[in-house]
Design a protein around this ligand. Sequence first.
Ligand code: ADP
Ligand code: MG
Length: 500
Amino acid sequence: MENGIVLTMRDISKSFPGVRALSHVDFTLRKGEIHALMGENGAGKSTLIKVLTGVYPKDGGEICVEGIDRPITIHSPQEAAGFGISTVYQEITLCPNLTVAENMYIGRGKGIGVRWKDMVRKSGALLDSLGIPARPRQQLGSCSLAVQQMVAIARAVDTDCKVLILDEPTSSLDDKEVAMLFKLMRELRSRGVGIIFVTHFLEQVYEVSDRITVLRNGELVGEYEVEKLPQVELVAKMMGKELESLSVMHRDAAAAQEAGDVYRAEGLSSTEAKPFDFHIARGEVNGFTGLLGSGRSESVRAIFGADRVTGGRVTVDGAPVKITRPVQAMHQGIGYLPEDRKRDGIIADLSVRENIILALQVMKGFFHPMSRAQQEAFADEYIAALDIKTASTDTPIKSLSGGNQQKVILARWLLTHPKYLILDEPTRGIDVGTKTEIQRLVLQLAQEGMSITFISSEIEEMLRTCSRLIVMRDRKIVGELSGDELTQDHVMYTIAGGGE
Ligand code: ADP
Ligand code: MG
């Protein structure tokens, strides 16, 4: 193996039933570097890590580590550790009711009969030298999660680790804790450990990493030196786009539509969404955009009361309202088509008719059932209006194509005549024809006065339908684009954090 390289993965492929999670991926890790592994949700990052640590067998490819002149086969995380490859997972896997020292040395196999005193002394020295604020005799559970994670890292490092893998280590840390972790990572780097850092936080990558490997849809996009990859280009690569131009555009923001807000929230937060402000005017189509996992869905779920709302002031048509449960949102004229049609949307065993009338029935209350004739009339009306391809109103929805199922759920919400309709990924996984139909329908409904918030992973689709885009990164709103700013480049610049 080339000098200074501790790990190479070559031509790695891995499939799950129906999914090609990794396709001919190469990855190289140098000694003493922090190497970020980036990609949108589902890009294959965790799978690559799990192949490397023997959690999953690979379908093809080679793994080589420094010091062994043949490719190695890894069957389990224990075997991986034996090759000097250690992982610290986001969920801590240590024992909170044992001491820090015990956690660093238990189950180590080799030195049976580790003396308690030695253990305390050795772990104390290691913790000190790594600058980890924990004492050996302290119960692990009494440390913050951040410190527990650092203890897990210390444990990994003390077993002669050459490759340290941190998969989303910062997700639940605050800024101070992140700084502490980064200090530890830099210390380990200076000791020659190669660190694979999996994260979706762009800024953190630029703060601490030396190189970046980008995956997309299970394929290698490329490997880059951090200084040579501007943040906006990283975003473009993660999204699989080319920048149309790198010139920064300066245009003024579109005029605010203060007068006619149908919905307005200040400081709205939920268990899943940090406080944010948001408003939508009558007849406006706006959208949340950002990388997968940036918090788009969590924001709209807070608006609809689908997650537990923890704060904020909301007005509908200017009047203060309380929306903490979906049914309250529905009574305020808000509809919500969820992202995961299979999980939250369709009721597979019910008929097309029953699925269509569901939201209206919920609003009326189940003690006031609609007559069969009324149900049939509504179902017929919307099957015709949306051109839903179904044998009859009684056909089970599960036998319809994805696109037609989606139209049924749309019909369900249109039947409640919402003032404000939220569509989360309404066009994902459906055929192009139906996609276009849904886009056209959105614009038509807006023209008739309905306000619509639209979320799609396809930027082009958002640019075609939305007159205002709210850009999210790392669960925060980082910008708002309208008018001439509505270009793909602009969106990517904003996701990447401004003019870098
Ligand atoms: P990332 O970590 O980049 O978000 P993953 O490696 O978790 O991505 O997932 C890559 C792809 O493989 C996704 O499409 C995911 O749904 C699929 N996948 C991951 N693990 C499994 C599994 N155990 N079974 C089936 N599919 C999986
Ligand atoms: Mg992952």
